[in-house]
Design a protein around this ligand. Sequence first.
Ligand SMILES: CC(C)(COP(=O)(O)OP(=O)(O)OC[C@H]1O[C@@H](n2cnc3c(N)ncnc32)[C@H](O)[C@@H]1OP(=O)(O)O)[C@@H](O)C(=O)NCCC(=O)NCCS
Length: 274
Amino acid sequence: MAATEPIDIIELGVGDAQAGLVLSTEAGWNQNEADWRFFLSQGVVFGMRDGARLVATAALLRYSAGNAWISMVLVTADFRRRGIATKLVDACLNVAAERGLTTWLDATPAGATVYGPLGFTPTLQLRRLRLTKPQGAGASRSLSAGHLDALAARDASAMGFDRSTLLSEFSARPGSRIVSDDRTVALVRDGRTARHIGPLLADRADQALALVDAIVRSETGPWLIDAVHSQEEFLSGLVASGWNIERPFQRMCFGPAAISPAQPPFAVAGPEFG
Ligand SMILES: CC(C)(COP(=O)(O)OP(=O)(O)OC[C@H]1O[C@@H](n2cnc3c(N)ncnc32)[C@H](O)[C@@H]1OP(=O)(O)O)[C@@H](O)C(=O)NCCC(=O)NCCS
C-alpha cells in the first residue's frame, strides 16, 4: 500500500505525456510519447496523482458521428483494486453522456472485469499478434505508397464512422507509412517496442496476408498487429507464417451500438484507438 491516498480526479494536459508513458510502459504496452500527446491534445484524459507522481489514467477520444473511444485505462501496480479505474472510466462516461457520445473500448481481460459491471457489453474480439523474427527475405509482391484519402474512406466504411483526423496524424509522424497492394491498404507506424500494422483493409484474407507479408519483408520489425478474430483465415494465415498470439482484446460498447459496419477490417488501428 502507498503511504498516501490519491485524492482527486484531475484532467491532464500535454505536459503529462512523459508521466503517461511511464504508466503504459509499466504495463508493457507499445504506446510512445506521440500517442500520449495525441490523447492529451485531442481527447479528454483524466488522471490521479499521489503527490507529484501520476498513478492512474483514462482517456476519452471523440470520433465522428457521436462515437468515442475510451482507452489508456492504467493504474500503477501498488494502487490497484481500490476502485480507481472504475472512478476514472466513470468520469469518461459522464463526459460522453454530457456530449451524447456512444462509447467503445477494446478491453484487456483485466479491463473487461472493470467495464462489465459499469454496463459495457461485448461486441467483436481481437487478437494481438507479434512477429519477432520475420521468415527469410525473398521475393514479394510490389508494395506501393497508399493515399490517406483512400485509407480514411475504407476505414470509415469498416468502422461505421470517419477517423480522418486520427489517420492523418498517424501518417504525418516520422516513421509512418501508408502502403497498398492491389485492393488492400494499411498504415504502418512506430511504437515503443515494435512497429505496428493497422488499420488494414482488404476485400479478401489472401490479399490482406500478401500485404502483411510484403510489409514485413520490407523492414526489420519487430512487429505487432491487432487482428479481428472473426477474420479466421487471416488469423490462421498469420500464425502459419510465424506470428504469435500474445493476448485477446474484447471490444465493448456502452449502450446500444448505433452503427453496423459493412465488413470489419482485417486489423484495427490498435486497441487504444479502435
Ligand atoms: C485493469 C486495471 C486498470 C484495473 O484497475 P483497478 O483500479 O485495480 O480497478 P478497480 O479497482 O476499479 O476494479 C474494479 C473491479 O474490477 C475487477 N477487477 C479489477 N482488476 C481485476 C483483476 N486483475 N482480476 C480480477 N478482477 C479485477 C474487480 O471486480 C474489481 O472490484 P473489487 O476490487 O472490489 O473486487 C489495472 O489492473 C491495470 O492498470 N492493469 C494493467 C493495464 C490494463 O490492462 N488496463 C486495462 C486496459 S483495457
